[in-house]
Every structure is written in structure tokens, then in C-alpha cells.
Write a protein that binds this ligand. Structure first.
Ligand code: KG4
Ligand code: ZN
Length: 342
């Protein structure tokens, strides 16, 4: 089955063609980062308008690159939620209009299910159950995955998502939006141990996260240095490293807890923050110590992309699921509400 995938939930227009037997056939990605950089964050109305400008040329380009014609396509998957409502409406309207025009089935995909299954784009096999740590700009959660579509959310962030905390702290350090990857780069020059940030909510049981306090801690540290009349580039790098270590440590502690609670030894990490090098190293270390297995997406599929939507959509279309014409986008959509495949 050949599936066209369309991702437009936030500030990336991602288009892909995925074949259930041959794997990823072709994909294109357009990032709106430059458009939003001046505002220090995503401006929803600008995001929707830019998706409208880019979506059709990108679909044409993706099909042309693989020499695929509309009649070769068996189904269309688009991101139905969660995300920005205007942005979601662009992808869902185009996806379903193409489905109607080409007479192909369509399926609305949960963006976080896309992230969760992204590691399977390169690894065609994983045994169930496993624990998934999903860390993106909008969400942080630990999920017990017993099958595709069967997701028990074990814990979520009570305030800022991990990526959001990275971006806000990066902004405090004077870095451009989205600052997560830049903060990580700055942290490479930092000296460990100079500043000690808290590990939020690790001193009590449970799998919830809270990252907003870390941003405040960073703000106070920066302001104290500024009051003393000094905030050197080295200070900034040391703060970036201390912040990153705190986030990574906290995630590792909670991953270990979740794995022990579920009695499983397989961990998947996905979402934009799973591109973080320190997180990947520490998670690998954890799984080696636990004699377990770790799986993460290749770097290009950690952040938003159309391939993960095409993949997740293909699994659902193959199981016979399709959309009704009246289906609406779901800007808020709990992962645990998804219908199982079997
Ligand atoms: O999954 P994603 O592309 O979008 C959402 O679904 O939200 O995640 C984007 C987030 C941003 O907050 C970005 O700063 C963060 O992922 N991110 C990183 C890194 N690469 C992306 N955070 C830390 N280190 C990185 N290397
Ligand atoms: Zn995402």
C-alpha cells in the first residue's frame, strides 16, 4: 500500500510517500523557522498562511521525485491533531480534498502517534510491549505501548513540555527561536558542576513532569550574574549545560521508573528533543545498565515530518480504518483516546 502523508500541525510542512512493503519512497520538508524567528515563537496565523502557500507545491515535488502518479497512491494520511487549529485545517482540507478528487481513502493521524512510531521507519520490527518517552515542543509524556493504537499514558508534563523549556531557556540566554538545538550546541562548551539545577518532581513517586521551574531557575541564575555586572559567553555555556543536565537526568529517572513499573525492558524515545545528543547517550547508558533495548528515530525524523504521518496512517489504513467525510480536526486530542488497530 502506498500512502501519501501530510503533516501541518505546527510550523513544518512535511510531505511523504510511504510504501508498506518498500518503506519510505520520497519525502520533503519545509520549515517555517525563519518566518517565526522575529517573533520569538510560532505565530499561528502566519503558520496557517504559509502552509497554504507550500502544501501543494511540496506534494507535487514529493510525487515528482518518486515518479508517482495519483493513481499509484492507495490512501492519504494527514495530521488531525493535536496542534494549531488553522495549521491542522490546511493539511486536513487538502488531504481530504485529494482523497475525494482521486477517490482514495483518507485517515486522520494523531501527531504524537506519528512521533511514537517514527523509529519504525528505519527498524521494521519491535516487540510489544514497550515504554515510549515522547518529548517534543508541545508534549512530554511516558506511554505504555502494548500494541499500535493501545496507549496508556503513564505521566505527562504538568506545565511546560521539555522542548518548550529548552526553547524558553534558550531565549533567556539570548538564542534565536527555536533555541533547543542551539542551547544543546552551546552546552557543549560548558563546564559541568559549576551550577546545580534541581531535578523537578524526582523526590516523590509518580511519572509526571514539571519543567517550568527550571526556566525560572535559569532566569534567576542569569539575573544574579547580570546584577554582578558579568554574564560572559562561558557563563552562558555553563548555564546551558547545567539546564540540559537537569532535564536529561529528570527524564532518565522517570524512564527507569516507568520501565520498572511496567516490567518491560524496551524503550522508545521520540519527538524533537529525542534529537538531543546527551539524552540519546544517557538513555543508551540506562538501557545497557538495565540489559534492555533502546530505539529512537533517525535524526531527521525526530522533529516534525510527513514520513511519520504516512507511516502511522499506513498502519491504520491497512487495518481497514478510514475517515468519515464529516471528521473534524482535533487541536486537543488525548493519545489514550485512539482506537486500537485490532
Ligand atoms: O517534535 P517537534 O518537532 O515539534 C512538536 O511536535 O512540538 O519538537 C520541536 C522541539 C522544539 O522545542 C525544539 O527546540 C526541540 O524539539 N529540539 C531539541 C533539539 N532538537 C529539537 N531540544 C533539545 N536538543 C535538541 N537537539
Ligand atoms: Zn511534533
Amino acid at each position: 500500500m502506498l500512502v501519501l502523508g501530510i503533516e501541518t500541525s505546527c510550523d513544518e510542512t512535511g510531505i511523504a510517500l510511504y510504501h508498506s512493503l518498500e518503506g519510505l519512497v520520497s519525502h520533503t520538508l519545509y520549515s517555517q523557522v525563519k518566518l517565526h524567528a522575529d517573533y520569538g515563537g510560532v505565530v499561528p496565523e502566519l503558520a496557517s498562511r504559509d502552509h497554504i502557500r507550500k502544501i501543494i507545491p511540496l506534494i507535487e515535488e514529493t510525487m515528482r521525485k518518486a515518479d508517482v502518479k495519483s493513481e499509484d497512491i492507495d490512501g492519504i494520511a494527514y495530521t488531525r491533531g493535536p496542534g494549531l487549529i488553522g495549521a491542522l485545517l490546511v493539511g486536513s482540507s487538502v488531504g481530504r480534498s485529494l482523497g475525494y478528487a482521486w477517490n482514495k481513502p483518507t485517515i486522520g493521524v494523531h501527531h504524537m502517534e506519528g512521533h511514537l512510531l517514527a523509529p519504525l521507519l528505519d527498524n521494521d520490527h519491535i516487540d510489544f510491549p514497550f515504554v515510549a518517552l515522547l518529548v517534543s515542543g508541545g508534549h512530554s509524556m511516558l506511554v505504555n505501548v502494548t500494541a499500535i493504537g493501545e496507549y496508556e499514558v503513564l505521566g505527562e508534563s504538568l506545565d511546560d513540555a521539555a522542548g518548550e523549556a529548552f526553547d524558553k531557556t534558550a531565549k533567556l540566554l539570548g538564542l534565536d527561536y527555536p533555541g533547543g538545538p542551539m542551547l544543546a550546541r552551546l552546552a557543549e562548551k560548558g563546564t559541568s558542576g559549576r551550577f546545580k539545577f534541581p531535578r523537578p518532581m524526582t523526590d516523590r513517586p509518580g511519572l509526571e513532569f514539571s519543567f517550568s521551574g527550571l526556566k525560572t531557575f535559569a532566569a534567576n541564575t542569569i539575573n544574579n550574574l547580570k546584577k554582578e555586572g558579568k554574564l560572559s559567553q562561558q557563563d552562558k555555556a555553563d548555564i546551558a549545560l547545567a539546564f540540559q543536565e537537569a532535564v536529561v537526568d529528570t527524564l532518565i529517572i522517570k524512564c527507569r521508573r516507568a520501565l520498572e513499573q511496567c516490567g518491560v525492558k524496551q524503550l522508545v524515545i521520540a519527538g524533537g528533543v529525542s534529537a538531543n545528543k546527551m539524552l540519546r547517550e544517557k538513555v543508551s547508558e540506562l538501557m545497557t545498565n538495565m540489559n534492555g533495548k533502546i530505539l529512537y528515530p533517525s535524526l531527521e525524523f525526530c522533529t516534525d515530518n510527513g514520513a511519520m504521518i504516512a507511516y502511522a496512517g499506513a498502519q491504520r489504513l491497512l487495518a481497514g480504518q478510514t475517515d468519515e467525510c464529516s471528521e473534524q480536526v482535533l487541536p486537543r486530542w488525548p493519545l489514550s483516546d485512539l482506537t486500537p488497530l485490532r
